[in-house]
Structures are given as structure tokens and as C-alpha cells.
Design a binder for this molecule. Structure first.
Ligand code: C2E
Ligand code: MG
Ligand code: MG
Ligand code: MG
Length: 278
């Protein structure tokens, strides 16, 4: 009896594993087909100057127009894609699309886009890929966008887990591309380590903005001060209220992004929003 119970459990486990593997294989096939079929699109969210309210950058945020599931947010497919090399294919598409998009906007309306950059999220595995530097070079070449107009957003985990990350970042920055450390404060990077990292900008994670207790506010101020001491720019993510924006101005945080300043919008609505701001 014990034996048959054990076998029963093993069978249940086998079934669960098989179902999961099948689900993952289907998702991967769907993503590949979706890339080929034009089902992905980028939405763009403005990053603004706190002091002047002027547009400084657009963060490109991927969405999946799934034929059955509707508009799928990145949380629904980026984490599983990160388990495989598929994330590099997605990343390549995002790099190509975002650089082409900004180059087009600059062409159509250079005044509104003077000095404006586009930020692209790069996953850990893609950062570790030996072809990333060439892919970035190619995206710039094909779009005609200047390297200084492209920002790559990476996370602390990508820096910690990938031994090649540092060398790749050095090569990317040598191209003239800017690197931003996303979701800062949620990982294990200490403020002191910022000095040695190959990054230009710090993005303070939105959880710090949303907690309005005094100790967390002191922490935000400390991050801004430290970033400046190391000559890094600072972006505060997740600004949802006027009060949060005012506080950022008080502590000298120069850049902000969040629903209060503008939501991520499809490309066709992005420039309209930018023009209404300027
Ligand atoms: P992230 O890079 O930290 O992007 C910021 C996220 O916060 C976005 O969610 C944005 O819509 C959301 N957000 C912006 N302002 C506010 C606000 O005021 N309040 C709140 N509550 N949320 C705000 P989204 O678009 O769902 O993206 C989630 C994450 O998915 C991104 O976090 C990024 O890690 C990843 N992601 C998005 N696009 C890409 C991509 O093209 N490639 C890769 N590898 N990852 C991506
Ligand atoms: Mg980001
Ligand atoms: Mg972030
Ligand atoms: Mg985030």
C-alpha cells in the first residue's frame, strides 16, 4: 500500500511537471509567433525634470496584444521569457523599435524632442549576452539615433549575477550609451558600491516613494545625496501625487516619472502628450 501511495505521488508530480513544461513551451511558441506577427507594442512613459517640468526621456514599456488574452502587461510574459534565451529576442525587438521610434519623433518634431532620450529595459540574461553590444550598435546604426539618446535600464541583480555584465557595460558606455540602475534600493547594492558601478543614473524604486513614513523619506534623501556625491543623476519612479513631487524638489532630486506626470501611452498618443506638456 505504501508503495502504491508513493507511486501515486510520483505520478501526480510527473503530471504537474509535465503540465508546467507544456505550458512554458506553449508560451515560448506563442511569444515567438507574436514577435513574428507584430503582436508586441511599446508604450512610452515620460521622465520629466522636477524643477522645470520639461520632458527629458521616455521609458519604453512592452505590452503584448495577445489574440485571446487581450493586452498583457510585462509581468505576464517577461519573467517566464527571462528563463530562456527568448528574452534576448524580445530585447532585440525592443531596442530596434524604441530607437526607430525616437528617431522618427525627433525627425518630425526636433523642438519638442531636443535632448530627449529613450530608456529601454535590459534583462540580466540579455546584458550577459556576448551579442548585446553589437545589437545596440546595430539598432543605433539602423535608426540613425545618436548613442547619447539611448539609455539602458538594468537592475542590481543583473550586475551581481552576471560576471560579464561589467565588461559589457564598459563597452556600451564607450559607444556613448547611458546606463541607468533601475529599481534601486530593492536589491543588495550598498550605497558605497555605487562608486564602482558602471552606471550614470540611479532610479529610486517606486516603493520608496509610496511609503510616506519619515524614516523612508530620510532614506530617499540619503540616496539622492549619495548619488550626487558620486556624480550620478537621480530619477524618482512612481510619482503619483503633487506632494511627492514637491518633496522631490525640496531634496534636490532632478528627475521624476509616475502617473502624476504621465502614464505609459501607445506610441501614437505619446507625442500629443509631450506637446501638451511643453
Ligand atoms: P520598471 O522598469 O521599473 O518600469 C516601471 C513600471 O512602473 C511600469 O510598469 C510602469 O507602468 C509602472 N509605473 C510608472 N509610474 C507609476 C506610478 O506612478 N505608480 C505605479 N503604481 N506604477 C507606475 P509595467 O509597464 O507594468 O512594467 C513592469 C516591469 O516590467 C518594468 O519595471 C520592467 O522591469 C519590466 N519591463 C517592461 N518593459 C520591458 C521590456 O521591454 N523589457 C524588459 N526586459 N523588461 C520590461
Ligand atoms: Mg525600467
Ligand atoms: Mg523601475
Ligand atoms: Mg520596477
Amino acid at each position: 500500500r505504501a508503495k502504491s501511495n508513493g507511486r501515486g505521488r510520483a505520478e501526480v508530480f510527473d503530471m504537474a511537471l509535465r503540465t508546467e513544461l507544456e505550458a512554458r513551451a506553449k508560451l515560448e511558441a506563442d511569444i515567438r509567433a507574436g514577435l513574428a506577427d507584430g503582436q508586441f507594442e511599446l508604450h512610452y512613459q515620460p521622465v520629466m525634470s522636477v524643477a522645470t517640468g520639461s520632458l527629458r526621456s521616455y521609458e519604453a514599456l512592452i505590452r503584448w496584444n495577445h489574440p485571446e488574452r487581450g493586452l498583457v502587461p510585462p509581468a505576464g510574459f517577461i519573467p517566464p521569457a527571462e528563463e530562456s534565451l527568448l528574452i534576448c529576442e524580445i530585447g532585440r525587438w525592443v531596442l530596434g523599435t524604441a530607437t526607430r521610434q525616437l528617431a522618427g519623433w525627433i525627425w518630425d518634431d526636433p523642438e519638442t524632442h531636443r535632448g530627449v532620450t529613450v530608456s529601454v529595459n535590459i534583462s540580466a540574461r540579455h546584458l550577459a549576452s556576448p551579442s548585446l553590444v553589437d545589437e545596440v550598435r546595430q539598432a543605433l546604426h539602423e535608426s540613425g539615433l545618436e548613442a547619447a539618446r539611448l539609455v539602458l535600464e538594468i537592475t542590481e541583480t543583473a550586475l551581481m549575477d552576471e560576471p560579464t555584465a561589467d565588461a559589457h557595460l564598459r563597452d556600451l558606455r564607450a559607444l556613448g550609451v547611458t546606463v541607468s540602475l533601475d529599481d534601486f534600493g530593492t536589491g543588495y547594492t550598498s550605497i558605497g558600491q555605487l562608486q564602482k558601478l558602471q552606471v550614470d543614473t540611479l532610479k529610486i524604486d517606486q516603493s520608496f516613494l509610496h511609503a510616506d513614513d519619515t524614516p523612508t523619506q530620510a532614506l530617499v534623501e540619503l540616496m539622492v545625496t549619495a548619488a550626487h556625491a558620486f556624480s550620478l543623476d537621480v530619477v524618482a519612479e512612481g510619482v503619483e501625487t503633487r506632494e511627492q513631487l514637491d518633496r522631490l524638489a525640496d531634496i534636490g532630486c532632478e528627475l521624476a516619472q509616475g502617473y502624476y506626470l504621465g502614464r505609459p501611452k501607445p506610441a501614437r498618443d505619446t507625442v500629443v502628450q509631450a506637446e501638451s506638456l511643453s
